[in-house]
Design a protein around this ligand. Structure first.
Ligand SMILES: Nc1nc2c(ncn2[C@@H]2O[C@H](COP(=O)(O)OP(=O)(O)OP(=O)(O)O)[C@@H](O)[C@H]2O)c(=O)[nH]1
Length: 225
C-alpha cells in the first residue's frame, strides 16, 4: 500500500490475486460477481479501442479495467469500490516489469493455492516473496490473505491439510480462509475482510498523521514561550 493510498480519503481498493495457474483465481473473481472478461495487455494500436470500451463500461456497476474487474458494494453498510486483478492471468503477454507494476498498484493481496495441489502451496511462498519485493519501499507491510481454494473437492483429492495452510498463514502473518470458487463458499468473506483491514490501516495512518500534527503544534507553541 503506497503513501498515496494511505493519505487518500477514499474507499476504493485494488486487490491482486496471485497464485499458480489453475488454482481458481478467475473463477473466484467471477464468483464475487465481477464482470469477467479477459483482456490481455493492450498495445498502442488497440488502446483507442480500449479507451472506448473503458468509457462504455465506466457507467456500469461492474466496470472493468485493463486487467481488473471492479465492483461497488457495501461492507459494514459503507459503500466501497473493489477492483480484483488476476496478476498472473496474462503471463504470456505480460513482462516481468508489468507484473511488478501491477503488484505495486495493489493495496492488498490474495495469495491463493488449491487444497488439491501441494505445488500450488509452495508457489504461494515464492509469490509472497515477489509481492514483498515489489512493495518493499512502502510505508507498511502488504496486507495479505492466504486462501485455500477448492474446498468443495472430495476428501480423496485433498493433498494439503488445513493445518499446513494455517501454519503457512502464521508464517506469513496473515489470515487463512478456505473457499470454494465453485460454490461461492467463503469467497465474499475474504474480500470483505480485506476491505476491513485496509480501512483499519487507513484510519490508523490518519490518526498517526493527526497526532504528529498536534505534536508539532504543541512543540511550536512551547518553543514560542
Ligand atoms: N471444484 C472446484 N473447481 C474449481 C474451483 N475453482 C476453480 N475451479 C476449476 O479449476 C479450473 C481452473 O480455474 P481458473 O479459475 O481458471 O484458475 P486460474 O487460477 O484463474 O488459472 P490461470 O488462469 O491459468 O491462472 C477451472 O476448471 C475451474 O472451474 C473450486 O473452488 N472448486
Amino acid at each position: 500500500m503506497s503513501i498515496d493510498t494511505l493519505v487518500n480519503d477514499r474507499d476504493a481498493w485494488t486487490i491482486a490475486l496471485v497464485g499458480a495457474p489453475g488454482v481458481g483465481k478467475t473463477r473466484f473473481i467471477s464468483r464475487v460477481g465481477f464482470v469477467c472478461v479477459r483482456f490481455t495487455l493492450l498495445d498502442a494500436s488497440t488502446s483507442l479501442c480500449w479507451m472506448t470500451l473503458k468509457f462504455l463500461f465506466l457507467e456500469l456497476d461492474g466496470l472493468t479495467s485493463k486487467q481488473g474487474f471492479s465492483k461497488r458494494f457495501a461492507v459494514d453498510n459503507q459503500d466501497t469500490l473493489v477492483t480484483l486483478v488476476d496478476v498472473y492471468q496474462n503471463r504470456q503477454g505480460t513482462s516481468e516489469d508489468d507484473v511488478d507494476s501491477l503488484l505495486r498498484d495493489a493495496d492488498a493481496f490474495i495469495l491463493m493455492y488449491s487444497s488439491t495441489s501441494p505445488y500450488s502451496l509452495q508457489d504461494v511462498v515464492a509469490y509472497t516473496r515477489r509481492v514483498r519485493r515489489a512493495t518493499a519501499s512502502y510505508a507498511h507491510d502488504p496486507v495479505l490473505s492466504l486462501v485455500a481454494n477448492q474446498r468443495d473437492r472430495p476428501a480423496q483429492d485433498k493433498e494439503v491439510s488445513r493445518l499446513e495452510g494455517e501454519a503457512l498463514a502464521r508464517e506469513l502473518d496473515c489470515p487463512y480462509t478456505e473457499t470454494s470458487a465453485k460454490t461461492g463458499d467463503g469467497v465474499h468473506g475474504v474480500v470483505e475482510d480485506l476491505v476491513r483491514a485496509l480501512r483499519a490501516r487507513q484510519e490508523q495512518y490518519a490518526r498517526k498523521q493527526e497526532n504528529s500534527k498536534i505534536g508539532r503544534a504543541v512543540r511550536s507553541f512551547l518553543g514560542r514561550r
